[in-house]
Design a protein around this ligand. Structure first.
Ligand code: SF4
Length: 355
């Protein structure tokens, strides 16, 4: 059973409401060099088309920071600037019009510098995300707990939160990520028990596509089922578009978002009538990514069991020998040559969306 969502405080991130029961938003991070405006904007647009709602970029130097206003203007998604220590980069990024700053105030150093960043963020109404990573905890915490424990991650997060709240800054989002899913689960549970600050969920350094998506989903599904989490990222060593596809699938599987078209496909067996069934299903899913309609589309490998197995789908393609049958709302509407199955399926999806 899914528990009710925890009532966290509400923050506004470039027009997206985060917390207080708002839909759980999907985030990703650009893999491009931020100063390369063309490449970064191109990636942001691809991610937006796939269903990404908030995008984070690394700001390593002045060139990156000074590219942000152009990326924000052309990239069409709320923009989070990720800065590690340099308060000047934070100030430049804020002046460039970013929507959120990811910085740990305890890492900035001098109190006047922290104050300057916090005041600039407050003036522009920009939230600050504190990101606690199990692999880079403060030395004093590692010494105290001996390892990157959930309790140590909680203490680190609370130290940074206190710095902001002592300056009367409350537009905060927190993430507590470890590469170990169980540590991530426990750290987020502990934080959620103590604070109403919205949580951004993720498992860090989760791994390549399949193992990373499974490891992330194992942790995030448990937290989400307990009502914990307001935004999420599924970090993968893969094209970030795959992160967005995985996040959408996770949220729709748990009934937390109607995250677009669900593609279901059979695993194939000896009855399968096409040699490239897996590629067809992959391509159909990729072509339907970003369509927000709440539809189920099925791709089945044979006409023996396919029609029955596709009964619950809104639109289905059932592969036969050299041909494919197209079904809409359970009724066979068309027979097409095998190489036209994908286009015919997509055409019917568009028709159904318009009705
Ligand atoms: Fe096998 Fe046909 Fe079922 Fe696919 S739909 S698993 S090919 S029986």
């Amino acid at each position: 059973m899914m528990k009710a969502r925890k009532q966290t405080r509400s923050i506004n991130l470039g027009g997206i409401q985060v917390g207080a029961g708002a839909p759980i938003s999907i985030q990703s991070m650009c893999t491009t060099r931020t100063a390369d405006i063309e490449a970064t904007v191109g990636q942001v647009r691809r991610l937006a088309a796939a269903g990404c709602e908030i995008i984070r970029v690394s700001v390593l130097d002045k060139d990156d920071a000074e590219a942000l206003s152009e990326i924000k203007k052309l990239g069409c998604l709320p923009l989070v600037a990720d800065i590690h220590f340099d308060y000047r980069l934070a100030l430049t990024s804020i002046a460039q019009g970013i929507d959120c700053l990811r910085i740990n105030p305890g890492n900035i150093g001098d109190k006047d510098r922290i104050k300057a960043v916090v005041e600039a963020a407050a003036e522009k109404g920009i939230p600050i995300r504190i990101g606690v990573n199990g692999g880079s905890l403060e030395d004093s915490i590692v010494e105290k707990y001996g390892t990157a424990s959930p309790e140590g991650m909680l203490e680190s997060a609370m130290r940074h939160v206190r710095i902001l709240e002592d300056l009367d800054f409350h537009d905060i989002k927190v993430s507590l990520k470890a590469s170990d899913p169980l540590t991530t689960i426990e750290a987020n549970r502990l934080f959620s028990n103590q604070s109403d600050i919205p949580l951004h969920l993720g498992v860090t350094e989760a791994g390549p596509l399949v193992s990373g998506a499974v490891r992330s989903s194992a942790a995030l599904a448990i937290l989400l089922s307990e009502g914990i989490g307001d935004t999420l990222r599924i970090s993968l060593s893969a094209d970030p578009v795959e992160e967005v596809r995985a996040a959408r699938t996770l949220l729709s599987s748990l009934g937390l978002r109607k995250a677009g078209v669900r593609v279901v496909s059979c695993p194939t067996c000896g009855r399968c009538q096409v040699s490239n069934m897996f590629e067809i299903a992959e391509r159909v899913e990729a072509r339907l990514a970003g369509i927000s309609a709440d539809l189920t589309v099925a791709v089945m490998g044979c006409a023996v069991n396919g029609p029955g197995e596709a009964r619950d789908a809104d639109i289905a393609a059932v592969c036969g020998k050299n041909s494919g049958l197209i079904y809409v709302l359970g009724k066979k509407v068309k027979t097409v040559p095998q190489d036209e199955i994908e286009d015919a399926l997509l055409e019917k999806v568009q028709e159904l969306i318009k009705t």
